[in-house]
Design a binder for this molecule. Structure first.
Ligand code: SF4
Length: 429
């Protein structure tokens, strides 16, 4: 059986065969620890313990905010000079920190030990620590580990690493179980609820989400599982699911009216349901979305946009902005271009789009300045200097902190790009 179900073969058009400019130079991206900001809100009985430095702690606290009144569900166990010099047994210290944490916080069911650059530099074996601590605290708490280090990654890979480490822990489907649909990728609860309602209206009998909101309701997986990726940055998670016998359903991503409709169609067809059931279930939200996007189109149509590689969401978002809002794509950069997972998206991109993968920030800055786009999507570190040079920017990280998937959020997604253009117009007036 093929691990991929292709229901809507990608047309051999657009950028499906386009050349890609590959760059391997200096990069300007956040590390995978950033994913904790949205993952700790999603898995409500999990705790993320970063084993890292004060820099890691600062990154997390400034990105997620310091919770003074609430019990936080993330923290950093600081590796100090004694650990770095090999004077202290880091494993003993970690056991002590974890024991104190789990004794005080009876609500924790999954503890993620999250590796960082410093823990990798001193070669702290967190997999061994997780195994040891899991045995000690089972069955109440499961201890898992993944790396959020920024040495070789970009920030959305933190979610991929976290979900990939969950996959071997998922229960096995009962033998002969009916096929079920699994949506993979952390979605805001409001978006997850909308998708669950839409699949129910279409008639899909059994839909689950990974990650689930609670550790004891993680979905079962097996050869009956058909999974739809909700995010384009989940390569390791997809591989792990296929390793458990699940089949990936090829589809564009559920961004914008067009992407959401095609994604729902692919999910329904994989479950053996006819297209007309989808059409009638989505008619009303589709019409609402089209109307809402029409209102925003005048602000965006014809505007030239440039993407620095950052979130890995660049290709589907560029497709949405070009096809549904008439924006013109100058360069679409992405940290990694997963041709298989992005096949349907690439086929939908205008053929003239310049694609780049990886980063060489100085060269990309030169190209950006030469092209003088109306809007630049980039990381926080590049935004201020570019604004100072007269360019209008949008922070890529907002695309993962804001609910943007599905019909009801399509206008909010478009608004994220319309707002900075409006602001620039007001400043210039
Ligand atoms: S994991 Fe590495 S890149 Fe991320 S905050 Fe810590 S030291 Fe910096």
């Amino acid at each position: 059986m093929s691990p991929v179900i292709t229901l809507r073969p990608a047309e051999a058009t657009g950028c499906a065969q386009a050349p890609v400019l590959r760059e391997r130079g200096q990069r300007e991206v956040f590390c995978g620890l950033t994913g904790i900001v949205w993952l700790h809100r999603k898995i409500q009985d999990a705790f993320f313990l970063v084993v890292g430095s004060r820099t890691c702690a600062h990154l997390l606290q400034s990105a997620a905010g310091v919770m003074i009144f609430a019990e936080p569900r993330f923290a950093t166990a600081i590796i100090d000079e004694r650990d770095l010099a090999g004077l202290a047994d880091a494993h003993e210290e970690l056991d002590r920190v974890v024991t104190r944490l789990l004794t005080r916080r009876g609500d924790i069911r999954t503890l993620f030990l999250v590796g960082s650059c410093p823990s990798e530099v001193i070669k702290l074996d967190l997999a061994r620590a997780a195994q040891r601590l899991s045995q000690r605290f089972a069955p109440q708490v499961r201890v898992l580990n993944y790396s959020g280090s920024g040495i070789e990654t970009t920030f959305t890979q933190g979610e991929d690493a976290c979900l990939a480490t969950l996959v071997p822990e998922l229960p096995a489907q009962a033998p002969g179980a009916e096929p079920s649909l699994l949506v993979v990728g952390a979605l805001a609860d409001v978006v997850e609820d909308q998708f669950a309602r839409l699949f129910a209206a279409i008639g899909v009998p059994s839909v689950h989400f990974l990650p689930a909101r609670r550790s004891d309701s993680m979905p079962a997986v097996g050869p009956g599982t058909r999974f739809l990726l909700a995010q384009p940055f989940l390569a390791d998670t997809a591989r792990a699911l296929i390793g458990r016998g699940a089949q990936r359903v090829a589809a564009p991503f559920p961004l914008g009216e067009e992407g959401t409709t095609a994604w729902l169609h692919a999910g329904a067809a994989a479950m053996g349901l006819a297209a007309d059931r989808v059409e009638s279930a989505v008619a009303a939200p589709r019409a609402r979305t089209r109307l809402a996007l029409e209102r925003l189109k005048p602000a965006l149509a014809g505007k030239r946009i440039f993407f620095f590689p950052d979130s890995q969401l660049e290709v589907p978002i560029a497709r949405f902005l070009a096809r549904e809002l008439g924006m013109r794509l100058t360069e679409v950069g992405t940290p990694y271009l997963h041709r298989e997972h992005l096949a349907e998206e690439l086929a939908w991109l205008p053929a003239s789009t310049r694609l780049s993968e990886g980063q060489d920030v100085e060269r990309q800055l030169d190209r950006c300045r030469t092209l003088e786009p109306d809007l630049v999507v980039c990381g926080l570190g590049l935004a201020n200097p570019l604004e100072a040079q007269g360019l209008t920017t949008k922070w890529a990280i907002e695309l993962v902190f804001t609910p943007i998937h599905g019909y009801e959020q399509a206008a909010d997604l478009a608004e994220l790009f319309a707002r900075p253009l409006r602001r620039r117009k007001l400043i210039a007036a």
